[in-house]
Write a protein that binds this ligand. Structure first.
Ligand code: V47
Ligand code: SF4
Length: 381
């Protein structure tokens, strides 16, 4: 969308504060905490959508990145008891839990031999028996087998637990993990930083400050990372903005974040099953406002296995420039929580078609957004 069109949309907005915010966006001025909350409370979806789409196109044009990756979940047992998570119940019923050995995880890695994946995403529950040493052996084994495979792994919740058990400082623990082959951190474990909400939905795990400290430490070692926000449950607009504000401040300091990923709360098979899920309109608003508020984050990603393909496709017009996958084995954490994706496999062809149908340009990237292949000219039926 050209600047002239967005100027017309802003000028025809009747609310003068929303007009002011719109003008800030198109002049690349930062919007304040209060303005962020105001957008959630007062702006219409078409208005925030138009602004976010303008921002997305001014940063990336039509490019929509995707990545060929696969997941490893070392265990589904977790010592923590996050109310939104289906894993937390398993600690009390360990007989239903599983934990993979290094050989079993290496069998997963080897099953991708000869396939053009560029990243492995390792994330799971916090099993009481697993140690930093165990994961260091895994990281080394993966790098020995396939050195060019980018390893994105572990939430601060898992790392904090391992570092404490090993009696290591965050700095020392992270250095050892990095030296063993950990290339970057995924965005998980962030949920909602604000203690008023965190103390209700995930009281016993790493705090917001600890999450931010672990990412800061990784950034200071030259590693990149992502950040998530779990939305659409009991949090309010000010908690979402508080969360994004803290991320924006850390990003000003380190510039280590690549991507922001809003994660839609799903309510099946967990202790928050009585909390209704957010509507599609609210999903789109969340994506759009995050694109506007996080002005120093290069990328906003929609995680399609959780959102569903159709909403994920729509987000491409509401600020999103990245769509996760090609994934051929969706993490069980989502299928257990009630994701609508019954067939969580998307081939490259399906993903490329989905992006093209939204009139965007599909580009395969590596984890750090190096271009691997431009699919815009590849014929897909
Ligand atoms: O932190 C758990 C979430 C996260 C539910 O960095 C739930 O590229 C919704 O962070 N409803 C882990 N969400 C996954 C994650 C992630 C996923 C894809 C890509 C990247 C990346 C990171 O899953 C947890 C938690 O916020 N989660 N239960 C649920 N019921
Ligand atoms: Fe454990 Fe993570 Fe689930 Fe919390 S969200 S119970 S830390 S697996």
């Amino acid at each position: 969308m050209g600047t002239a069109n967005i100027e017309i949309i802003i000028a025809s907005e009747k609310d003068t504060l929303l007009q002011k915010i719109g003008n800030k966006v198109i002049h690349n001025e930062r919007i304040s905490f209060e303005e962020g909350v105001y957008l959630f409370e007062k702006a219409s979806l078409p208005y925030v959508g138009a602004l976010a789409n303008w921002k997305r196109e001014s940063l990336h044009g039509d490019i929509t990145y995707f990545n060929k990756n696969f997941h490893i979940e070392p265990t589904n047992v977790c010592v923590f008891s996050c109310k939104f998570c289906s894993y937390s119940k398993l600690y009390a019923h360990k007989e239903e839990g599983w934990e993979l050995t290094i050989d079993q995880m290496m069998d997963i890695v080897k099953s991708y031999d000869g396939k053009p994946v560029t990243e492995v995403h390792i994330v799971g529950g916090v099993h009481p028996k697993l140690t930093l040493e165990f994961f260091i052996s895994l990281l080394k084994a993966i790098k020995a087998h396939r050195p060019e495979l980018h390893i994105k792994g572990f939430t601060p919740v898992e790392l904090d637990y391992m570092f404490r058990k090993a009696n290591l400082s965050t700095e020392e623990g992270m250095k050892r993990a990095h030296e063993a082959g950990l290339d970057s951190l995924p965005g998980g474990g962030a949920e909602i930083f604000h203690p008023d909400i965190r103390n209700i939905i995930c009281a016993d795990k790493a705090t917001g400050d600890q999450w931010l400290h672990i990412h800061r430490t990784a950034h200071n070692l030259g590693m990149h990372s992502n950040a998530t926000l779990l939305y659409g449950h009991i949090e309010k607009a000010e908690h979402r903005i508080d969360h994004m504000e803290r991320l924006r401040q850390l990003q000003d300091e380190t510039k280590g974040f690549n991507t922001f990923i809003p994660l839609k709360f799903r309510n099946k098979d967990n202790d928050m099953h009585d909390v209704p899920e957010s509507t599609m309109a609210n999903d789109l608003k969340m994506y759009a406002i995050s694109r506007l508020y996080l002005d120093n984050f290069p990328h906003v990603k929609a995680y399609w296995p959780m959102l569903g393909r159709e909403i994920a496709q729509l987000t491409l017009s509401y600020g999103v420039n990245d769509i996760d996958g090609t994934i051929d084995d969706t993490t069980k954490i989502y299928s257990m929580a009630g994701s609508e994706e019954q067939t969580p496999v998307m081939t490259t062809e399906e993903l490329v078609r989905l992006i093209k149908q939204a009139h965007r340009k599909p580009v395969e990237r590596g984890t750090l957004y190096n271009v691997i292949q431009d699919y815009s000219l590849v014929e897909i039926d």
